[in-house]
Design a protein around this ligand. Structure first.
Ligand code: GLN
Length: 485
């Protein structure tokens, strides 16, 4: 039963010796063994490592030592985060044999905080997708309805937390890959400000957009996870040198006088009526709690999707050039010369979605089209960012739905990539502008499928984001519902 608890519930029980760390790990692995055939959230399980860690941590605790803010807590990480001596595949055939020789900064930080990394989770190949169905390994299901996708690209990380197969997890978010699956699986998903969490050891998709963040069962846990992973890292030149506050302290339960902006015009098109209803009810609740709601306009946000689908593939085509069949990763067996090794390794190693992005990216970066596409996308990116700056002169946070719809069935959108891209409409502007965003559970549709409420904050103002999310959560019941799996 310990797998059902949150980080903050467990940390007290572990500290007070009401439960041993081994018992917690036992319960989590029992749950994984029971549900993995149905959910398929994991690419790799670290069982041996987990028990060894449990023993070490327990010995430390029994010795009266401090075991850290995540001491003994079983967490999972997305399979695009390098962990020393552990398979790190990005759910791609290209990296199916890649055992990382080093640990990324978030992994080191989790370990320093006392966490036990129980496994690596399934994802869309190289984090490209919104369904986790582009994984080369398996199809992760949504614990709320196993005929449906968990969202993506961090679907495994969202599903394992929703199904109590890990107490918390990490995902990465380039255009919504933490927030959208959090919304589809009814968990809390936080994408921090660009530069708050180190990307060292995160396999790059689109370097100017990627950011690592936590999936948790509630907002307090999100703050605790952020406390563990945030902070400057000299190994990541885009990591920002700022004082990191104690995010848990920001959770005072009040939204009185807080100004919340709603971009009514931007969100009105294509919004599923049931999602709209849940969103409107959430806003009413926030008003009731004393927040002041103001209309704002984000005129350029409607261009965020085309801008994203130029910038992200452009950066991806450059980042993925390193997979050449020579240095590491998959190498074709069919070759007569060097050219063949390159071409055949890439042809056989990458899936369709990855190839689509590489082609798009190579095209928009080619000398004849660079100005028309990539350069222009960069200019519109600035306009989108300025829209947010203007809005934030007036409001403390912005609220909007996380995704226009609830989860869809396998295969439903896979024939039309553009339809899949539209699921990101409310999440990509946040990455384009480098802002923090969070998705919290805000209800269910008539099929009992989860709906997410998104808050967007000012740069490095995760505190206000967590504060408003916490106040909303503590005055609603949605986060308490668990899937019947
Ligand atoms: N769904 C978006 C894409 O396919 C976002 C992915 C992500 O955030 N990693 O690019």
């Amino acid at each position: 039963m310990y797998e059902k608890l949150t980080i903050h519930e467990l940390r007290d029980k572990i500290k007070n010796k009401e439960v041993t760390i081994k018992e917690v790990v036992d319960d989590v692995f029992k749950r994984i063994e029971a549900l993995e055939p149905k959910v398929e959230a994991f690419v790799t399980l670290n069982k041996e490592y987990a028990y060894k860690r449990a023993e070490e941590l327990q010995a430390k605790l029994d010795n009266g030592d401090n075991i850290g803010i995540l001491g003994g807590i079983p967490v999972a990480i997305k399979d695009n985060m390098c962990m020393k001596d552990t398979l790190t595949t990005c759910s791609s055939k290209m990296l199916s044999n890649f055992v990382s020789p080093y640990s990324g900064t978030v992994v080191t930080k989790l370990e320093e905080a006392g966490a036990i990394i129980v496994g690596k989770t399934n994802m869309d190949e190289f984090a490209m997708g919104s369904s986790t169905a582009t994984s080369a390994h398996k199809k992760t299901t949504n614990p709320w309805d196993t005929e449906r996708v968990p969202g993506g690209s961090s679907g495994g990380s969202a599903a394992c937390v929703a199904a109590d197969m890990a107490i918390a997890s990490l995902g990465s978010d380039t255009g919504g890959s933490i927030r959208q699956p959090a919304s589809y699986c009814s968990v809390v998903g936080l994408k921090p400000t660009y530069g708050l969490v180190s990307r060292f050891g995160l396999i790059a998709f689109a370097s100017s957009l990627d950011q690592i963040g936590p999936f948790t069962k509630d907002v307090r846990d999100s703050a605790i996870m952020l406390n563990a992973i945030a902070g400057h890292d000299s190994k990541d030149t885009t990591s920002v040198e700022i004082e990191v506050p104690d995010y848990e302290k920001a959770l005072d339960g009040s939204v009185k006088g807080l100004k919340i902006g709603i971009p009514t015009e931007f969100i009105k098109d294509g919004l599923n009526p049931e999602v709209k209803k849940a969103f409107d009810e959430a806003i009413e609740k926030l008003k009731e709690l004393g927040a002041e709601v103001k209309e704002i306009s984000l005129d350029y946000a409607k261009y965020a999707l085309p801008v994203y689908y130029i910038i992200a593939p452009a950066e991806a085509s450059s980042n993925l050039a390193r997979y050449d069949g020579i240095k590491y990763g998959y190498r074709t067996a069919n070759f007569d010369n060097l050219e063949d090794i390159y071409a055949n390794s890439r042809t056989e190693g990458f899936g369709d979605e990855v190839k689509r992005r590489i082609m798009l990216g190579t095209y928009v970066l080619s000398s004849g089209y660079y100005d028309a596409y990539y350069k222009r996308a960069g200019q519109v990116r600035t306009l989108i960012k300025e829209d947010f700056d203007k809005a934030f002169a007036d409001v403390d946070v912005i609220a909007l739905p996380t995704a226009p719809n609830t989860t869809f069935k396998f295969g439903e959108k896979s024939n039309n990539p553009v339809e899949m891209y539209l699921e990101d409409i409310f999440t990509v502007p946040v990455n384009i502008a480098g802002l923090p965003g969070i998705s919290v559970p805000c209800g269910f549709d008539s099929k009992n499928l989860p709906i997410g409420l998104q808050f967007i904050g000012k740069v490095f103002d995760e505190q206000t984001l967590l504060k408003v999310s916490y106040a909303y959560e503590q005055n609603t019941e949605h986060h308490k519902a668990r899937p019947n799996i």
